[in-house]
Design a protein around this ligand. Structure first.
Ligand SMILES: [Zn+2]
Length: 321
């Protein structure tokens, strides 16, 4: 609870902690509850995943705290535990509950961030320290290959940058080149008739650099009948960024690579709508789509408002230089 002491001195009465302070506090918790087997970025990745799904799902409660991980009542106190909201380590353990006392106050409290993190850390520790052990633990807990993949991706990013502060984005076409785009969400795609256009087309000349809009890990590369040469990049916010119709990829880019905002991933082209290598069936453009994974399904949402925002920020950043 040492953070509350620091905050009460630093933050004024009517202002909550800043984003930086929250990230610092989160990181301090991860470092406190990592152990020999479980590095901080495993805990951080599970926590970030839980925060991501709570942001988009209406059927699960939002944990309003520094740490987002939450356990079901049954899981926390034991499925056969007759005591409602049990907080005793003795009876919780007796009834097979997972909840543990992380801050040593003798109370097992699912509202306490330290108890929650210690419980997750202890659960993961039972499996071992190798990434395969981590994946198995996640599989046992979430029972979903897609969830395991998303969390492992977040862990990879946090580890690579040794940071959880990976929220910045940028416009996916390099400024300084001619380009144009507008909100075309839901417009008819034209080819194949009934498919809805899931994304925004940024029209630009051939070979205009295409940039990663986010931090992420390259998940998919290669030919797709509709998208032509495309790249799929999964980020730390459960978003999958889709870049299609590329003329060619940036040299050396491969599946599993870590990328960051502004990094060149490929070049604008007009590939797709046919067998491998088909090009020129439409004007050159980047088709950019974002899909959000909510823990069960992945659904497209309109990237246009984000593009406007990122373009504005990129232009401001350019002026400052
Ligand atoms: Zn498009």
């Amino acid at each position: 609870m040492f953070w509350s002491i620091i905050f009460s001195e630093e933050a004024s009465a009517n202002e909550g902690p800043t984003r930086e302070e929250i990230l610092q506090q989160r990181m301090a918790y991860y470092l406190q509850f990592q152990d020999i087997l479980i590095p901080w970025y495993y805990l951080a990745a599970v926590d970030q995943y839980e925060r991501n799904i709570q942001g988009v799902r209406k059927d699960i409660p939002k944990r309003d705290s520094i740490i987002a991980i939450q356990f079901s009542e049954d899981y926390w106190t034991g499925p056969l535990n007759p005591i409602i909201n049990d907080t005793s380590p003795v009876t919780i353990s007796y009834f097979g509950g997972m909840g543990l006392d992380g801050d040593g106050d003798g109370i097992v409290n699912s509202d306490d961030d330290e108890d929650v993190l210690f419980t997750m850390s202890s659960f993961l520790s039972k499996y071992g320290s190798h990434e395969d052990d981590f994946k198995l633990a996640l599989w046992d807990y979430y029972q979903s290959e897609k969830v395991v993949n998303q969390i492992v991706t977040i862990a990879k990013l946090f580890k690579h940058y040794d940071s959880i502060d990976l929220d910045s984005h940028t416009f996916p076409v390099a400024l300084g080149y001619n380009y144009s785009y507008r909100g075309t969400w839901g417009a008819n795609r034209g080819w194949g008739g009934r498919r809805i256009h899931e994304g925004t087309d940024v029209f630009a000349d051939y070979s205009t650099p295409v940039l990663s809009a986010s931090y992420g890990v390259v998940e998919v590369m290669g030919w797709n009948q509709f998208g032509g040469w495309r790249v799929g990049i999964r980020d730390n916010h459960n978003s999958y960024h889709y870049y299609a119709h590329l003329a060619y990829y940036d040299k050396g880019l491969k599946v599993g690579d870590v990328v960051e905002p502004g990094q060149v991933i490929g070049y604008v082209g007009s590939t797709g709508y046919g067998k491998e290598g088909t090009s020129g069936k439409f004007p050159p453009h980047l088709h950019y789509g974002i899909y959000k994974f909510d823990g069960r399904n992945e659904w497209a949402f309109d990237p246009y408002p984000s593009l406007l925002q990122w373009e504005k920020e990129a232009k401001q950043a350019r002026k400052k230089r």
